[in-house]
Design a protein around this ligand. Structure first.
Ligand SMILES: C[C@H](O)[C@H](O)[C@@H](O)[C@@H](O)C(=O)O
Ligand SMILES: [Mg+2]
Length: 394
């Protein structure tokens, strides 16, 4: 059966939420005072947007086949990623059979290895890869999960990330992950405040609800270790991304030193099978959390997942909407998923990548039936009413 080739790849940019979910308006919990590596500078403590967490915006990649079928995906990357897609990556996709995901990925990665390997370039590669998978699903009239091995469960269960784990419990989520507000530069007072906040939230959610802490790369090994031990009395299920993603040695030590029963997680800012091999072989964490829009796309996440499985580790992707749901549905070592609470007060469930994806499924009572994903590709449409620009049109 003849398979249409790719006719054109297009890269657009979008602002305001969506895949670049930190790009929110004022008063949103996600841009409240949250600890980051920039917290060592007082000027950048009150808001992550003050140091530019949302400078990139969303990258939209469209891959159109000769028969007019269009696959698309969104990720974080904005204009610089659009440049890389149009000026560099498109040549490895246009004119090709979209079924050649492996060869296309290999050429996109190794042609950009001299300036890429992680971060923005791999975000761009991820966006193209996800758009190709969406196109393949549309051409074959199959959901992505059916093309990567089929579902191993009939529903997904979610923990919620946001300022209100207590409300997340009422909404049926299996756990709540709260952001850390203070970093080492703010001294022991900040550490005490963090422990008190965890204790106060534990009192609200009761003894069995999963409570996690997201440290967003903000800590050093000593502080993270002290924080883990001080918070242990409140039953913290895991301490997330406590150190710089490059500090594999620190993570390995932290994992050895945290209290028994507390998990160490990281990986949302790691990329490719080689980056995750480091985390796994150096015993850096108990759970890896790749973002499928940042780690290399679905083609690479499947490799990362197999590596983790061989190491007996869970793969719980960083919140990335439908792009990770189809993956989680098909992996036995991905028993639950993250749901980013994107309502400004984290007090209601709204579509994670709102307003960019039409038909984006949202969990009910913290769960999502796989049947809701049974549409071609990733099962969503791009909201074309949004103001999109194609800055590097060819
Ligand atoms: C809540 C965290 O500070 C980040 O904003 C969040 O996007 C990420 O770290 C996560 O794990 O969801
Ligand atoms: Mg995180």
């Amino acid at each position: 059966m003849a398979h249409p080739k790719v006719r054109e790849v297009r890269a657009f940019v979008l602002r305001g939420g969506g895949a670049d979910y930190h790009d929110q308006g004022g008063g949103h919990w996600i841009d409240d005072r949250i600890a980051t590596p920039m917290s060592r500078y007082p000027d950048y403590r009150d808001s992550r947007q003050s140091f530019g967490i949302n400078v990139l915006g969303t990258l939209v990649v469209e891959v159109e086949a000769e028969d007019g079928t269009i696959g698309f995906a969104v990720t974080t990357g904005g204009e610089p990623a659009a440049f890389i897609v149009e000026r560099h990556l498109a040549r490895f996709v246009e004119g090709r059979d979209p079924r050649e995901v492996e060869k296309i990925w290999d050429q996109m990665y190794f042609s950009t290895q001299y300036y890429g390997r992680k971060g923005l370039v791999v975000n761009a590669i991820s966006g193209v890869d996800l758009a190709i998978w969406d196109l393949l699903g549309r051409l074959r009239e199959e959901p992505v999960h059916a093309m990567i091995g089929g579902a191993v469960r009939n529903e997904l269960q979610f923990y919620a990330t946001g300022a209100r784990p207590d409300l997340a419990k009422e909404m049926g989520f299996i756990g709540g992950k709260m952001p850390l507000r203070h970093a080492p530069a703010e001294g022991n007072e900040g550490l005490r405040e963090a422990v008190d906040a965890i204790g106060e939230m534990r009192a609200r959610v009761g003894p069995d609800f999963w409570l996690m802490l997201d440290c967003w790369m903000a800590l050093d090994l000593d502080y993270a270790t002290r924080l883990a031990h001080a918070a242990h009395e409140h039953g913290l299920k895991w301490i997330e991304e406590a150190l710089s993603p490059d500090d594999y040695w620190g993570y390995a030590q932290l994992k050895r030193d945290v209290p028994k029963g507390m998990l160490v997680t990281t990986g949302e800012h790691e990329a490719t099978r080689w980056g995750f091999r480091m985390l796994l072989e150096m015993e850096c964490c108990d759970i890896i959390q790749p973002d499928v829009g940042w780690c290399g796309g679905l083609t690479e996440l499947l490799k990362i997942s197999a590596l983790a499985d061989a190491h007996g580790k869970l793969v719980i992707p960083h919140g990335s909407s439908v792009y990770s749901y189809h993956f989680v549905a098909t992996r036995h070592n991905s028993p639950f998923a993250e749901y980013l609470m994107m309502a400004p007060k984290a007090d209601e469930v709204v579509p994670m990548f709102s307003p960019q994806l039409i038909g984006e499924p949202v969990p009910k009572d913290g769960r999502l039936k796989i049947a809701e994903l049974d549409k071609p590709g990733f099962g969503v449409e791009l909201n074309r009413d949004l103001a999109m620009a194609r800055p590097y049109a060819r």
